[in-house]
Write a protein that binds this ligand. Structure first.
Ligand code: DGT
Ligand code: MG
Ligand code: MG
Ligand code: MG
Ligand code: MG
Length: 269
């Protein structure tokens, strides 16, 4: 087919192919969620409806898009890791990032009511920014995920003590902030334990560890009506191995998680 004289404009497109052999991480983060969470009356410091909706949306990203081997989320963010050898959309960063961001955002709106019901309507369309980062080694990728989980821990410990001081201790937010200035993790644990009888380590794992989504093989048995030659039609149990997205709220910094799930990462070499 003859090309139009306008065709040359295609050459202005720049190449954004992700380097081969690297894990491709797409991280999304809610835009201006400081305001969004206030306006939608999220409970403090953690809103389980909101966390459930984030996980539901990430689940949809993993199921609808190709080659995501693990995802990790906390607060208003979610990271998606594409396998090293993925060739989805020829590894074009903009394609991967925008598909993740739009699938996630539309799911967040689509499933809103399932989590917030009728009493809290969605007041305006939320959005999520996205970025792409490449990690060449398993160590780097694990350190990336550890960084996000450590961030979850640091923020959640702070927020837990802060809101306990306010909600149960009767401090103003300014007083609570003052009280926590310069405190270490051990001091925060101590405040919770000695003043409020709260053992931080037995607080909700969802809040302390965030949410990790992985694929797990499960045997599923369904009954099918079958007819064999020279036999009556009858119900037969058929077992199939199916891949399903599973949510975990466990430590992903240490070795045990990776020893239990050796299929997530490909060997370095
Ligand atoms: P950004 O990302 O630069 O557009 O701005 P923000 O405001 O989204 O800032 P970010 O992402 O650093 O912080 C997330 C905000 O969302 C932070 O204000 C805390 C809030 N948030 C996240 N999860 C919850 C929750 O479960 N409950 C409440 N009350 N707030 C939450
Ligand atoms: Mg931000
Ligand atoms: Mg944000
Ligand atoms: Mg954030
Ligand atoms: Mg098209």
């Amino acid at each position: 087919m003859a090309k139009s004289k306008f065709e040359y404009v295609r050459n202005f497109e720049t190449d954004d192919t992700c380097l081969r052999n690297c894990y491709i991480v797409v991280r999304l983060d809610g835009r201006n969620f400081h305001k969004f969470t206030e306006q939608h009356k999220f409970s403090k410091p953690n809103d389980n409806r909101a966390l459930g909706l984030m996980t539901r949306s990430a689940h949809s990203v993993m199921e609808e898009l190709e080659d995501i081997v693990i995802a990790y989320g906390q607060s208003d963010e979610f990271s998606f890791v594409f396998k090293r050898t993925s060739n989805w959309f020829k590894r074009r960063a903009s394609k991967l990032m925008t598909h993740v961001a739009s699938q996630f955002s539309s799911s967040y709106v689509f499933y809103w009511k399932e989590f917030f019901g009728e009493q809290q309507p969605l007041l305006y369309p939320p959005s999520f920014d996205g970025r792409v980062v490449l990690y060449p080694s398993n160590r780097n990728l694990r350190d990336y995920l550890s960084w996000r989980q450590a961030d979850c821990h640091i923020n959640n410990l702070y927020n837990t003590v802060f809101w306990t001081l306010v909600q149960k201790g009767g401090l103003t937010t300014a007083q609570a902030e003052d009280r926590l200035k310069g405190t270490l993790a051990s001091d925060k644990n101590e405040i919770l334990f000695s003043e409020f009888d709260i053992n931080y380590n037995t607080e909700s794992a969802l809040h302390r560890k965030g949410t990790t989504l992985i694929w797990e093989k499960r045997d599923e048995t369904v009954t099918k009506r079958m007819k064999r030659p020279n036999e009556e039609e009858k119900d037969v149990a058929v077992t199939r191995s199916r891949r399903r997205v599973q949510a975990k709220h466990c430590d992903i910094i240490g070795e045990p998680f990776w020893e239990e799930h050796p299929d997530i990462l490909e060997d370095d070499n």
